[in-house]
Design a protein. Structure first.
Lengths: 79, 233
């Protein structure tokens, strides 16, 4: 089963990479783009009988490795 | 005055391990040996160094994978026993990821990899890494990093300040704090911190690259010599 993990910097944390992207978009003419936050996206193929089991594993993996809890938050989607 | 033994941990991708070896063995005249990250013994070592470099290619986040290496359990035990551990650059990142030091690292504020000499000011001298220095003393040390923007939340910074765990801050050559001197944007201009027990330090600048005047500065010796001094007492 596939689990998707979206990792983002916590909202209180400055994101210079996101800002660089936003500035580039503004330069391209997309003045309507006011803010960009850049995160990470992981697709995990996890063995499990139920979506709940897969979700539990994805959360564990996100806690342990995929996200750094000091500066990042994450959310998990299981299809 | 016996020779002290420095253990230098080598992860796949560490590249400053030989500079530490050279500084400790040939410049300072003490013993140094390499410890492969899969080994688990730090027996006979007086101090442990996690050197700079790009362990695991900085994949995912700098130091995020190195923290799971077998040697890290031994490093953690060594630290719990109150013995000196120094994380330089990537080593600092690994200590943060492993939870041996509080806080985290971000991409440098202006997104560029910065490779230049900076000035750091010594904020506390009651550590095995700064006991040979004076409070307020400035050190000229080289930095070379893309992810050295130290972050800690308000609560953690207050705690670090309260416990005097901030050991080095980026300053002007005159020892003053300002935005320009804080080249990577670190919270509170923090260049290095220690743990509560004051035996584990992490710093972004490279003391091992500033041990001989011919390289531009000898200020790094103050940090490494302090370790020897504290081991002797």
């Amino acid at each position: 089963m596939k689990a998707k993990v979206f990792v983002n910097l916590k909202p209180s944390i400055l994101d210079p990479q996101g800002n660089a992207v936003a500035e580039a978009l503004n330069t391209l003419g997309y003045k309507a783009v006011q803010d960009v936050r850049q995160g990470k996206y992981f697709e995990l193929d996890i063995e499990g009988e139920t979506a709940e089991q897969v979700r539990i594993t994805a959360v564990e993996v996100a806690d342990k490795l995929l996200a750094n809890p000091v500066i990042e938050t994450y959310r998990v989607e299981v299809e | 005055m016996s020779k002290k033994k420095f253990a230098i941990v080598v992860f796949p991708g560490s590249n400053c391990d030989h500079d530490v070896y050279y500084a400790v063995k040939y410049v300072m005249g003490h013993d140094a040996h390499f410890v492969w990250h899969k080994d688990t013994s730090l027996k006979g070592s007086d101090a442990v160094v996690l050197p700079g470099g790009f362990s695991y290619g900085d994949y995912l986040r700098s130091g995020s994978i190195a923290k799971f290496s077998p040697i890290m359990r031994s490093v953690s035990e060594f630290a719990s026993a109150g013995r000196p551990v120094i994380g330089v650059c990537n080593g600092f990142q690994i200590l943060l990821e492993a939870g041996l030091l509080p806080g985290g690292m971000r991409r440098n504020q202006h997104l560029k990899f910065i490779c230049e000499y900076v000035t750091v000011r010594v904020e506390a001298t009651d550590t095995p890494f700064t006991c040979n220095a004076n409070v307020g003393q400035t050190l000229r040390l080289p930095i070379a990093h893309g992810d050295g923007n130290y972050y800690a939340d308000r609560e953690t910074v207050d705690e670090l300040e309260h416990n005097r765990q901030i050991i080095f801050r980026y300053t002007t050559s005159a020892g003053e704090l300002n935005d320009a001197a804080n080249v990577n944007g670190s919270t509170a201009a923090i260049a290095g911190i220690c743990n509560k027990k004051r035996n584990v330090i992490g710093l972004m600048p490279h003391p091992e690259r500033a041990c001989e005047m011919v390289l531009g500065s000898e200020d790094g010796r103050i940090i490494l010599d302090s370790v020897v001094t504290s081991l002797e007492s």
